[in-house]
Ligand binder design. Structure first.
Ligand code: NAG
Ligand code: NAG
Ligand code: NAG
Length: 188
C-alpha cells in the first residue's frame, strides 16, 4: 500500500497548521465536527453489507471514566479525543490488507483521521505549554489505551478474520458517536 507516501504528505500539513496563538476551541469544534462526519461516512462506505457475526461479538469493556465525559475539562477532552483517534488509526492500519476494504476509500479515511489528529495535536502542544495546567485524566488515557489494546489483541486472536473486522468496524463506528459528543464540549 502507499500509506507511507500519504502519511508523509500529511505530516507536512500538520507542520503548517502550527501557530503561536492560543487554542481556538470554537474553531477546533468546527473542524472536528466536520471531520467526524467525514470519517463516519467513509467508515460506512467501507463495509456496506454488514454480516451480523453474532458468534464473534465481544464486549471490549469501555473504561468507566469515559462514561462521564461531561466531567472533563476542555483540555482533557482534546487529549482524550486525540488518544482515541490515534488508537483507531493504529488499529485500522494494523493489517490493512486483511480487511478486504476498498483501498481508495480506506486511504481517504486514513487521511481524514490523520488530519483530525493534526488539528488536535497542534492544540495539545499549546495546552501543554500553558504553565498552570495539570493532567487530571492520566488514568483515563491509560485505560483508553488498554481498551484499544483489547481490540487489537482480539483481532490478532481471531487471525484478522472478516467477522472480527466487522465487529471492530462496528465498535469504531459507534466510537465516533462518542467522539461527536465530546466535540460538543469544546467551547472557548
Ligand atoms: C494479517 O492478516 C492475515 C489474514 O488476512 C493473516 O494471515 C496475517 O498473519 C496477518 N498479518 C499480521 C502481521 O498479523
Ligand atoms: C473503490 O471506491 C471508489 C470510490 O467509491 C470506486 O470508484 C472504485 O471503483 C472502488 N474500487 C473497487 C475495486 O471497488
Ligand atoms: C466505542 O463504542 C462502544 C459501542 O457503542 C461504546 O460503548 C464505547 O463507549 C465506545 N468507546 C469509546 C472509547 O468511546
Amino acid at each position: 500500500m502507499t500509506n507511507g507516501c500519504i502519511l508523509q504528505a500529511i505530516l507536512l500539513l500538520c507542520f503548517f497548521t502550527t501557530t503561536a496563538l492560543a487554542v481556538n476551541y470554537e474553531l477546533l469544534r468546527y473542524q472536528q465536527r466536520r471531520s467526524n462526519l467525514a470519517s463516519q461516512r467513509l467508515l460506512w462506505m467501507l463495509n456496506r453489507n454488514l454480516q451480523y457475526c453474532l458468534e464473534d461479538r465481544m464486549d471490549f469493556e469501555v473504561p468507566e471514566e469515559i462514561k462521564q465525559p461531561q466531567q472533563f475539562q476542555k483540555e482533557e477532552t482534546v487529549w482524550v479525543m486525540h488518544e482515541m483517534l490515534q488508537q483507531i488509526f493504529d488499529i485500522l492500519t494494523r493489517n490493512s490488507s486483511s480487511t478486504g476494504w476498498n483501498e481508495t476509500i480506506a486511504e481517504n479515511l486514513y487521511m481524514e483521521l490523520y488530519q483530525q489528529m493534526c488539528h488536535l495535536e497542534t492544540a495539545l502542544k499549546k495546552i501543554k505549554g500553558e504553565k498552570d495546567f495539570t493532567w487530571g485524566s492520566m488514568t483515563t488515557v491509560l485505560n483508553l489505551k488498554k481498551y484499544y489494546l483489547r481490540i487489537a489483541l482480539y483481532l490478532e486472536d481471531k487471525l484478522y478474520s472478516k467477522c472480527a473486522w466487522t465487529v471492530v468496524h462496528m465498535e469504531i463506528l459507534r466510537n465516533f458517536s462518542f467522539l461527536n459528543r465530546l466535540t460538543g464540549y469544546l467551547h472557548n
